[in-house]
Design a protein around this ligand. Structure first.
Ligand code: ADP
Length: 184
């Protein structure tokens, strides 16, 4: 069952999705999710910020992980160490580039959220912080992305064993307001 507790909290059984405004690089959570690129390089946007805040340990672990595998396809996620971040792990999730919505973008975006929760669950983690995946450089419209993400998060939390708390951390006021609207 899903109902809204207040302006920024959605309860799902004993779990919760919180919608907050802030900088994800400052989050204290068992894992923070990175909106990465296919090769897990530092890049720009939230990804660049996470690599900078996490320090060389994060970038090094990305290189190690990618050394013996193919680039990620949209919807995949991989965990690495979190370096200097206030988290135990970074889960690097690849969202889709927006091409108008008819090329599997919603499915890939839902998969990025679901796979991140599944990855955290396999590690036995309780709390996971997400940015708004794909809605920056990748151009996914915010309202549509928030609806897809919230549905995927709710379904994933219903199935999770250890993950109990998800925080969606919105950097700017517009994104925060749009996510609140989607939650309502
Ligand atoms: P993508 O390539 O998946 O679109 P971006 O990094 O371009 O990823 O943007 C994803 C979202 O993350 C955007 O809404 C952007 O405003 C937001 N963002 C950027 N920096 C931060 C940060 N430090 N904390 C949280 N969100 C951030």
């Amino acid at each position: 069952m899903l109902f809204l507790m207040n302006h920024e909290e959605i309860r799902i059984g004993s779990s919760v999705i919180k919608i907050v405004r802030g900088d994800i690089t400052q989050e204290r959570a068992d894992a923070i999710v990175n909106a990465t690129n296919a090769s897990l390089r530092p890049g720009g946007g939230v990804c660049g910020a996470i690599h900078t805040a996490g320090g060389p340990a994060v970038t090094e672990d990305c290189r190690r992980v990618m050394a013996d595998r193919e680039p990620l396809v949209p919807g995949e996620a991989i965990a690495t160490v979190a370096g200097d971040l206030k988290a135990r792990y970074v889960i690097h999730a690849l969202g889709p580039v927006w091409h108008g919505g008819e090329q599997g973008e919603p499915e890939a975006l839902a998969s990025a959220y679901r796979t991140s929760i599944e990855t955290a669950d396999k590690l036995g983690l309780q709390s996971v912080a997400f940015p708004s995946i794909s809605t920056g450089i990748y151009g996914y419209p915010l309202m549509a992305a928030a609806h897809v993400a919230l549905r995927a998060l709710r379904l994933a939390l219903e199935r999770a064993h250890s993950v109990r708390e998800v925080r969606v951390v919105l950097f700017d006021a517009d994104a925060y307001e749009i996510w609140l609207g989607a939650a309502r």
